[in-house]
Design a protein around this ligand. Structure first.
Ligand code: YYY
Ligand code: MG
Length: 149
């Protein structure tokens, strides 16, 4: 089983979309193994988005992501990193397919409501940045034997 890092950004919380977004991940068969609401510090935001530090949108991105609380989650399931990126949709919501989270709920790249790790390396790094090992739960769901072949 693979773990990935998801974050519902401030606009997702402000627009009361938390339940709808989490439902999409759960209904697909993915499992929540950690969850935390927090208002990100500028320091953590800059660390999380370090790969973009020289991009023109970096300051706006940091302002936005630190502006109000977010919901950080660790999601587990087979191939969860790629699968979650597909469920989330393209970075620019105007290019995201209908049926994806961004394609159904967002309009602007700078307000694209959700983050999802893009590779195993980022997932590992981002999970560590937001969660201690003892905040991540190892448990089984009774329907796992039905969902997986
Ligand atoms: O991984 P993903 O969130 O889909 O996109 P990234 O290319 O990693 O960019 C991170 C984040 O930065 C994006 O979700 C919105 C913001 N951003 C932006 O505001 N303007 C851009 N041109 C590109 C990205
Ligand atoms: Mg990214």
């Amino acid at each position: 089983m693979e773990r990935t890092f998801i974050m519902l950004k401030p606009d997702a919380i402000q627009r009361r979309l938390t339940g709808k977004i989490i439902t999409r991940l759960e209904e697909r068969g993915l499992k929540i193994v950690a969850a935390k609401m927090l208002q990100i510090t500028r320091e953590l935001a800059m660390e999380h988005y370090q790969e973009h530090k020289n991009k023109p949108f970096f300051n706006n991105l940091i302002d936005y992501i630190t502006s109000a609380p977010v919901l950080a989650l660790v999601i587990e399931g087979e191939n969860s990193i790629k699968l979650t990126r597909k469920i989330v949709g393209a970075t620019n919501p105007q290019e995201a397919d209908p049926g994806t989270i961004r394609g159904d709920f967002a309009l602007h790249t700078g307000r694209n409501i959700i983050h999802a790790s893009d590779s195993p390396k980022s997932a590992e790094r981002e999970i560590k940045l937001f969660f201690n090992e003892d905040e991540i739960y190892d448990y089984t769901m009774p329907d796992e034997k039905i969902i997986y072949e």
